[in-house]
Design a protein around this ligand. Sequence first.
Ligand code: SF4
Ligand code: SF4
Length: 375
Amino acid sequence: MFFHLMLTTECNLKCKYCFGEVVEDFEEDFGDLDIDYLLPKTTNYDYKSLKRFCNKDQNCTLTFYGGEPLLRIEDIKTIMDLVNVKCFMIQTNGLFLDKLESNYVNRFHTILVSIDGNETLTNQYRGETTYKKIIDNLKLIKKNNFQGELIARMTVMEKTDIFTQVKWLLKNEDFNFSSVHWQLNAGFWGTDYERRDFEKWSQKSYIPGIKKLVKYWVDHMISDNEVLKIYPFLGIANSLLLGEEKSFLRCGGGWINYTIQTDGNIIPCPTMWGMKKYYLGTIKDSNPLNLEKIRIELSPCIECDIFGLCGGRCLYANITKRWEKKAYEQVCKNTRALIEAIKREIPSIKRIIDTKKISLHDFEFMKFNGCEIIP
Ligand code: SF4
Ligand code: SF4
């Protein structure tokens, strides 16, 4: 099982799509969802109980998460010294990666770093000078021999040209990422849709950009004998090549990937912190292997012809329905365009595999590592 471990609810950045929206969204209510707004800001349980909890699952994977987990460096070190897991990962904004000693950093199987693309775009979304600090820290951990997977984790919205920015993250003069994933900022807040230009951007920029990027991805297989780790493409192509078209939520949220809150309660996904209705147990008295599994059983997903590949995109968005039906339809159109663009290339990909330039193994990846696959 995979667990996001929320070490703190605090963050050292004020990103536009997160802090900015929290401020706007503060008065919104979540209908009949009773929210615990008084969660402790930092963990308030004994890490020995976390150790006992993880000991019950020999494949337990812990991903440090926040807020910003590197605000709690001493907790990270204590947990890494105490708890036995299959692997540790971290999802971070990267600004304090230089503050954690390399003997800990180098034990991470995967580091997911929030970065949105080039310097201008990243700083626009995340704040001035953010980009340079992230890049300097990534260069430092590489110099200090970090060998694990480093994933650029983009948040994508109207200022993003997806084709240009993903390509840029893969190859540029500052730092080349071997893996890229993105999540659309869509359906997470209650008041943003009206203020934004999501539909127009999706149709004029995002969908055409995705089509171009898929083409680039396949061309690269031919020219460089390499399957670039562009996670949304990798995950969908993997399913199509293996004929696995009956997926549960592809992020794993609520069935294989859970989150441990700062108070030790277990919830399906970090975004669902405080939703008492979805408290599925606690680290003190639950067995990680017997946690309740939450499925998406709501319209429109259950009637959708691509449910098997999409998996329902996001449990939180499905449950909270923060965007009206009409608005959310554009998110689904984006998903459909993505899936269709990859489907169209499957015959070509199979031919490239036949030439032995690449192999089916090149489409393998660690599932549920924090990349949701469906953006
Ligand atoms: S495309 Fe939309 S409706 Fe269809 S399964 Fe995905 S989220 Fe649900
Ligand atoms: S896709 Fe939704 S449910 Fe899954 S991890 Fe992301 S926010 Fe949570």
